[in-house]
Ligand binder design. Structure first.
Ligand code: NAD
Length: 433
């Protein structure tokens, strides 16, 4: 192995941002600033809430299958632990940045506050391309990343979960690595685990189920009926496919779906169970014949009642917002609407159920999983779903009424609710000095 090979990081080139891509942390801060101003937040509290509590950047060396050594960059950002132990997923992606992780960590703080979950917010990531790595390489990467963060993670301190490109198996390796160091099995250190390792029933579908619940709640406010509604869903992974399936079961007509390979449109409605089966067999929608091919941009601007972006951030740009025809957007993904597109959507009277509310079903059932692990007593799927639906409905109503009270969008209403709760808790706890 040459010295060059040893020291060259595996992912060292950051792709340039797409034209409309916003810095995610600044994007989050713009909305936070509006809420902070409305709440008249004192400057010191404002400073405290915008600054992450802890940022860890760690080198993750991995022996690859060919015997070479590669060093990946790993991150864990704890944005806030004011409400309790911090909670947030881990993503593996070649283009992930620290700013993105900081934004995602802050979003977790606001999500937990809105949902009345006693957790703070965190997020983790490793810059790597898992599609080019073997299962063994991914396992070694995961275990070393966990070992590097052994003093950060813990059921009472910081609890990871899955996010983009991480799954149940990766959560099982995190649980096992942590447990090996602790010399005992600690299931509650991570959520999104396989059922047999202390996972929760209903966790896999939780985010999509939450999206379905708030979509129906928002449709009621707009006087839209499920059976008369046309829906487009961008992204057909965990969140997109489950949201599409559950809304389809509620009687909505899903006229378009898409994934990284492009979009599919069917005026009569896409057969969602068939599309899910197709992806199970072929991994993507490429070659799916249940609809006509459309571009992702066409999908976002279709003549539909409801649009559910459930892929990645920065999809609804000002230019898309101007051409959008949907009356309701429910943000299954994190950060799919750019801050610059917000005023255009407001102007057009489009109702946007913001990410920090719409996709909070995942963290809610993660919290249920943590509770079950700590009690050693596991709930039925029916109980999980019932409690999730109730939590989502309550949160939607609280956000809706906050937005009405301050005469702002649902997004700013959600931020006001969250920032106020964390700021009030902080003031009651006081500053330890
Ligand atoms: P996933 O990897 O299972 O699915 C992502 C889907 O989006 C795939 O179908 C992929 O092909 C598609 N996609 C990627 N880029 C695209 C593009 N440019 N255009 C169209 N489709 C594209 O991921 P997921 O878990 O479903 O997460 C999706 C989003 O939801 C992310 O923003 C994630 O942070 C957020 N989220 C997920 C959860 C969860 O529990 N999984 C919880 C909260 C938020």
């Amino acid at each position: 192995m040459s010295t060059h090979d040893v020291y060259k990081p595996s992912v060292y080139q950051e792709p340039g941002p797409p034209l409309d891509r916003e810095n995610p942390f600044e994007s989050m801060m713009r909305r936070f600033d509006v809420a902070a101003q409305i709440l008249n937040l004192e400057p010191g509290i404002y400073e405290f809430l915008k600054t992450p509590t802890k940022i860890v950047i760690t080198a993750v060396p991995v022996i690859m299958d060919d015997g070479s050594l590669k060093v990946f960059e790993g991150y864990r950002v704890i944005h806030s632990d004011i409400l309790g132990p911090s909670k947030g997923g881990i993503r593996y992606a070649p283009d992930v940045t620290l700013d993105e992780v900081k934004a995602l960590a802050a979003w977790m703080t606001w999500k937990c506050a809105i949902m009345d979950i006693p957790f703070g917010g965190a997020k983790g990531a490793v810059r790597c391309d898992p599609s080019k790595m073997s299962p063994g390489e991914i396992e070694r990467l995961t275990r070393r990343y966990t070992a590097n963060l052994i003093d950060v993670f813990g059921p009472d301190t910081d609890i990871p979960a899955p996010d983009l490109n991480t799954n149940e198996q990766i959560m099982a390796w995190i649980m096992d690595t942590y447990s090996m160091h602790a010399r005992r099995t600690v299931t509650a250190v991570v959520t999104g685990k396989p059922l047999v390792l202390g996972g929760s029933r209903g966790r896999r579908e939780a985010t999509g189920r939450g999206v379905m619940t708030v979509t129906l709640a928002a449709m009621e406010k707009l006087g839209l009926r499920a059976h008369q509604s046309r829906v487009a869903v961008q992204g057909f992974g965990n969140v997109g496919s489950v949201s599409a399936l559950l809304l389809h079961q509620q009687g909505c007509k899903i006229v378009a779906i898409s994934d990284i390979t492009g979009g599919y449109y069917n005026e009569a409605g896409i057969d969602i169970p068939a599309a899910i089966e197709y992806v199970r067999q072929h991994r993507t929608l490429e070659g799916f014949t249940g609809g006509d091919r459309i571009t992702n941009e066409e999908l976002l601007t279709l003549d539909v009642d409801v649009l559910i972006p459930a892929a990645r951030e920065d999809q609804i740009t000002p230019s898309i917002a101007q051409r959008m025809q949907a009356r309701l957007i429910v943000e299954g993904a994190n950060g799919p609407t750019t801050a610059k597109a917000d005023p255009i959507l407001n102007e057009k009277g489009v109702m946007v159920v913001p990410d920090i509310l719409a996709n909070a079903g995942g963290v809610t059932v993660s919290y249920f999983e943590w509770v079950q692990d700590r009690q050693g007593y596991f709930w039925s799927e029916e109980r999980v779903n019932r409690r999730l639906n109730r939590a989502m409905r309550n949160a939607f109503e609280k956000v809706f009424h906050t937005a009405q009270r301050y005469n702002v969008s649902l997004r700013i209403g959600a931020y006001i609710l969250a920032v106020d709760k964390v700021a009030t808790t902080l003031k009651l706890r006081g500053i330890y000095a």
